[in-house]
Design a protein around this ligand. Structure first.
Ligand code: FAD
Length: 505
């Protein structure tokens, strides 16, 4: 292993190429491989990792981005991703089995979806980019962040970085979007406010699909497994691409970080280097005095909780793994014939932020399975629930588990309130069966390394100088009853500004 001699500013990523463990299928991994040299190591390449890499590079600071998943380049043939009607190994992330784009994390009381691949959650999400209103933002963040600062400075920058625009009239009028129009109409008649919100969608590509010049993908409702036409503006094609174009950012796909530990005046990271079947082909070591956690709420929390419990990062605060929440997510399904045109990724939201006790945003989303699509109306309800979940280390299994108190009366109250909103829509929709609101699945895991508990208000872990958290694990469980990606990006940009200031001081 190469010996490293690091200062806070100058970081060496050591060539290591450590042999894979004997139990792993490939016994003869390369003994040494040239690792890139860089100033900073970033773990994860979703919104937070991409913004951090870009901001570092813009100040002349190089970084290596370690990403567990693979790259998903859009092809002219439109065959990058699996689809819901023809799923294959590209669909799922299953350690040791498949390196697909969507991970289902099973917890006790709740399950989560998370993106896996260069681009993280932006590969699989519904691209709705909303800014919370002040009182709801405060209900989630308390005094951890200043709303005026966020709304005047960081949210506009995040929208510009991501590239957002609402669904245009001509697209909404197309046959492929008849379900969106039906949701719009039913929500209005139920007395809800309906909005076309900013989306990370390239509507010109959607127009190409509608015109038949390229194959249907977004317009067919494909989304959660990726959009083959390129209509989705995932960060690998926007923010991270800009970062890589500087020449100062090296993204290493299929590098899954397994351990981070304090090692004298720097930190050592171990990665499993995977093949596309999810098998570990070798391990690699990186050494750096500046490490940025951007592996998402679940990914970052797992690494930190385990490192604290095993004494690898022994000075981490006891609150690591705590204040985790689901954005108040409830998957809602109302059976009954609606409309066939299930175009996506998403398009219209209906709001009830003030009339009841639970502020709620309903995001109409397609299933991507046309034969089912016309038989149900589906919406994800996003609200605010207490961040009472946690990630806990099980020493016997050497595993971090997600725990959610599903029987918490407060969560039951939110579920009931969302049911009341759905009943209002059901009352104005002929032939619709009663709706279900299920709190057992979330697409929006948040928390585990929360601002002001594990980190300072800029993501610095004071107890371990040089460690930073910049991602969705900073957020205490919800982002003001709207989906979180824009807030996560804005917050990451804010944290990256502090990181850059620290490194250039
Ligand atoms: C199905 C789905 C739909 C969604 N829809 C919306 C929406 O419409 N609007 C919205 O605002 N939000 C939505 N979200 C949520 C949004 O995508 C996330 O909040 C956001 O991606 C979080 O950003 P992040 O940078 O914190 O983490 P991520 O984007 O999750 O990025 C983390 C990255 O780290 C990698 N990683 C994890 N562990 C390791 C490791 N050990 N080593 C190396 N790499 C690792 C992951 O592979 C991933 O690429 C959705 C999410 C999902 C799953």
């Amino acid at each position: 292993m190469t010996t490293t001699n690091t200062t806070r500013r100058e970081v060496l990523l050591a060539a290591a190429g450590v042999l894979a463990a004997a139990t792993l299928p490939i016994a003869r991994a390369p003994m040494s491989r040239a690792q890139p040299r860089a100033d900073v190591v970033v773990i994860g390449s979703g919104y937070a990792g991409a913004v951090t890499a870009l901001r570092l590079a813009q100040k002349g600071i190089s970084c290596v981005v370690l990403e567990r998943g693979r790259r998903w380049p859009i092809t002219a043939a439109g065959d990058t991703f699996a689809t819901a009607v023809a799923p294959d190994a590209r669909a799922v992330w299953l350690p040791g089995v498949a390196t697909g784009v969507l991970e289902v994390v099973t917890g006790s009381g709740i399950n989560c979806f998370a993106g896996a691949g260069v681009g993280g959650g932006s590969l699989v999400n519904y691209t709705v980019m909303m800014t919370p209103e002040e009182d709801l933002f405060t209900a989630s963040f308390g005094d951890r962040l200043d709303y005026d600062e966020m709304v005047n400075r960081w949210y506009p920058r995040a929208r510009e970085l991501i590239g957002c625009s609402p669904i245009p009239d001509d697209v909404l009028a197309a046959g492929q979007y008849s379900a969106a129009r039906a949701f719009d109409e039913a929500s209005r008649r139920a007395g809800l406010e309906v909005r076309r919100v900013p989306m990370a969608t390239d509507w010109d590509v959607v127009r190409e699909e509608i015109g038949g010049r390229i194959g249907p993908s977004a317009t067919a409702g494909d989304c959660i497994l990726g959009v083959n036409s390129g209509a989705k503006l995932s960060v690998d094609r926007t923010i991270l691409a800009a970062a890589e174009a500087t020449g100062l950012v090296t993204v290493l796909p299929l590098h899954s970080v397994t351990d981070v530990r304090a090692d004298g005046d720097h930190y050592s990271l171990t990665c499993a280097v995977l093949d596309t079947a999810g098998q570990t082909r070798s391990t690699a070591e990186f050494h750096s005095s500046t490490v940025v956690f951007a592996a998402g709420s679940i990914g970052t929390s797992k690494l930190l909780v385990r490192a604290r419990a095993r004494g690898d990062l022994a000075r981490l605060p006891a609150d690591v793994g705590r204040y985790w929440g689901s954005s108040g997510d409830h998957v809602t399904v109302r059976l009954g014939r609606t409309a066939d045109g299930q175009g996506g990724p998403a398009h219209i939201v209906a709001l009830d932020w003030r009339s009841g006790t639970t502020p709620t945003t309903l995001l109409n989303f397609p299933l991507g399975v046309p034969v089912l699509g016309g038989l149900s109306q589906n919406a994800l309800a996003v609200s605010i629930t207490p961040p009472s979940g946690s990630l806990v280390y099980d020493a016997g299994l050497d595993r971090v588990e997600l725990r959610w108190p599903a029987d918490d009366p407060e969560i039951g109250r939110v579920t009931k309130d969302i049911g009341t909103i759905l009943a209002k829509i059901g009352a104005v929709t002929s032939g619709a069966a009663p709706a279900l609101a299920l709190p057992a699945v979330t697409s929006h895991p948040l928390g585990g390394a929360v601002l002001g508990t594990v980190t300072d208000s800029y993501g610095r872990i004071d107890a371990h100088p040089g460690l930073y958290v910049v991602d969705s694990s900073l957020v205490p469980g919800s982002t003001g009853a709207v989906p979180p990606a824009l807030t996560v990006t804005a917050l990451a940009d804010r944290c990256a500004s502090a990181l850059v200031a620290d490194l250039t001081r």
